[in-house]
Ligand binder design. Structure first.
Ligand code: SF4
Ligand code: SF4
Length: 302
């Protein structure tokens, strides 16, 4: 058995089922996400009209999540030099998920990129398909030893930022993924759009189930967007950029719907007049900002 496989089994302890799940998940990454999406489609088609199906959807969705990242929060993760290990007590307001809710990054300068399984699932995916980034040595070592078929390669922190920046220029949001299969913790960062991302596609499907309209596999960053009407040129770029319908123009007036906004920051980056900026509303979900999480741990803002 390879050393990285042994580490997977050590990580999960007596939960051998989760270790096997973890192993299969990454070794057969593309088949796994394809199967998960197919299963979701079958469940929604056959049982979506029954309200009880929402319990099944929640059971499945509690195990796999994403958190939208702003560029600033992403940068802090990709400049980390020390390990981070934050459990559910600290992360409850950042990643409000039942099981997949830990930020664990061991030896975080170790990074690797490989082809995104969601993109491999499509005939005509967004390019480039190399967008899944593993953060932390245990997962990186596992990918390097098991995932050659997905063109895995080791990268530096600067390269990772560069890859993600190019995806953001192509209109892809940045998400950190948390899975029970990886010990409930964060390990992968990917660049996603609603057309390619299986998590976003599955969420759209599950919301068709009666009573499951509020279920989501991805959580907002926590930020909202402030608009300076004095600088705005009414160019419409923010409405075109938003994947979530949070901005629209009606009779030449810009309308912002904060309840639909995931705080991805793409519109802010693309505004030619610099009329947009992120802010953190009081009392909402907190961002995955490692500095803020550190302060929470030491008794700062909560
Ligand atoms: S992108 Fe900026 S300038 Fe253009 S409409 Fe939106 S806020 Fe105004
Ligand atoms: S309004 Fe802007 S920050 Fe909010 S989801 Fe849309 S593009 Fe992202």
């Amino acid at each position: 058995m390879k050393e990285s496989t042994r580490r997977v089994f050590r990580l999960h302890g007596w939960r051998v089922d989760r270790a096997i799940h973890n192993y299969l998940y990454f070794v057969f990454y593309d088949l796994y996400v394809k199967g998960a999406l197919y299963l979701t489609q079958v469940i929604v088609t056959l049982f979506g009209r029954f309200p009880a199906t929402r319990h099944l959807a929640r059971f499945i969705f509690d195990r796999y999540h994403a958190k939208v990242l702003s560029w600033g929060d992403l940068t802090k993760i990709l400049q980390l030099e020390e390990a981070v290990d934050l459990g559910p007590d600290t992360t409850g307001r950042i990643i409000p998920f039942r099981y997949a809710n830990r930020i664990v990054l061991r030896e975080p300068t170790h990074l690797a990129v490989m082809d995104c399984p969601c993109k491999l699932e499509l005939d005509d995916p967004c390019q480039p398909v190399a967008s899944c980034i593993a953060v932390g040595r245990p997962l990186v070592d596992f990918w390097l030893e098991h995932c050659e078929k997905y063109h895995v390669r080791r990268i530096t922190q600067e390269e990772a930022l560069d890859i993600i920046e190019r995806h953001r220029q192509n209109g892809h949001i940045t998400q950190a993924f948390f899975k029970v299969a990886t010990g409930g913790s964060m390990g992968v960062i990917c660049s996603c759009c609603p057309r390619c991302c299986v998590s976003m596609r599955a969420t759209a499907l599950v919301r068709k189930i009666k009573g499951a309209e509020g279920i989501s596999q991805y959580a907002p960053s926590g930020y909202k967007v402030a608009h300076d009407p004095g600088s705005c040129r009414a160019c419409g770029s923010c409405a075109e950029t938003c994947h979530f319908g949070a901005v629209e123009f009606r009779e030449g007036r810009r309308l912002y719907h904060p309840e639909k906004c995931y705080g991805c920051e793409l519109c802010v980056e693309r505004c030619p007049a610099k009329a947009l900026s992120l802010f953190l509303p009081e009392g909402g979900l907190l961002p995955l900002d490692l500095e803020l999480a550190g302060r929470m741990l030491t008794g700062g803002r909560s």
